[in-house]
Design a protein around this ligand. Sequence first.
Ligand SMILES: N[C@@H](CCC(=O)N[C@@H](CS)C(=O)NCC(=O)O)C(=O)O
Length: 214
Amino acid sequence: MLTVWGRANSLNVQAVMWTIAELGLTHQRHDIGHVHGGNKTSEYLAMNPNGLVPTVRDGDGVPMWESAAIVRYLAAAYGDDKFWPRDPAARVQLDMWAEWIKTSFVPTFSGQVFRPLVQQGSTPLPPEQLKAATEAVKPLALMLDRRLGDGPYLAGSDLSFADMIIGNPLYRYYTLDFDRAATPSLDAYYAQLTARPHYREHVMVSYESLRTRP
Ligand SMILES: N[C@@H](CCC(=O)N[C@@H](CS)C(=O)NCC(=O)O)C(=O)O
C-alpha cells in the first residue's frame, strides 16, 4: 500500500497520482499543502525536509519526495518494460525529455505564464510582460512538438513513465487562456492523453482555488 501526502490540485502530486493509477497500485492520499496546510509540521518535515508536496511512502519504506524521482521509482518497481524500459540506452531517450520538461518547459510556462496569470488577482499583468512570457514558451512547445512526431506517446505506441512527467503540465498549458504556438503533434498528444480516464481523473483537476493565496 502506497501512502501519498499532497493535495489533488498540485501539479507535482498529479504526476504521482496519475502514475499510481496507470499502474493500478493500491494507495491512500492525504490532502496536504496550500489551503490544507500540514506540510510544515515537524512530523511532515521529518519525512520531507523541503516541506513541499508530494511525499510518498511505499509500505513502511523510507519516505520519498521529488515527484519525478517518485514517478521513476514507481515505474522501476511496478512498471513493465514498456512503461520503464530496462535498457538504459532506450530509457534515456525518454528520460531526457522528462528531465527537460521539468527543468525547462515547466519553469518557463508555470513560472512566467501560469502562476502570474492565475495569481494576478485584480491587478492584470502588464501586456508587455505577458507577451515576453508567452514568446518564451513558444520555442519550447515547438521543440516538444517536433520530438513527438506521429506519437501517439513519447515512446511511440506505448505509454511510459516519461508521459507521466511530460503530459502532466499540459492540462494547464492547454486550458489557460494565452497565446500558444501552432503545434499539431503536441495538440494530438494532449488529445490522446485526455482520452485516458486516469489522466482525466488525476491531471484534469481544476486550478480555480489556486487563484486565492492561502
Ligand atoms: N520539485 C518538487 C516541487 C514540489 C512543489 O513545489 N510542490 C508544491 C505544489 S506543486 C508545493 O508543495 N507547494 C506548497 C503547498 O502546496 O503548500 C517536486 O517535483 O516534487
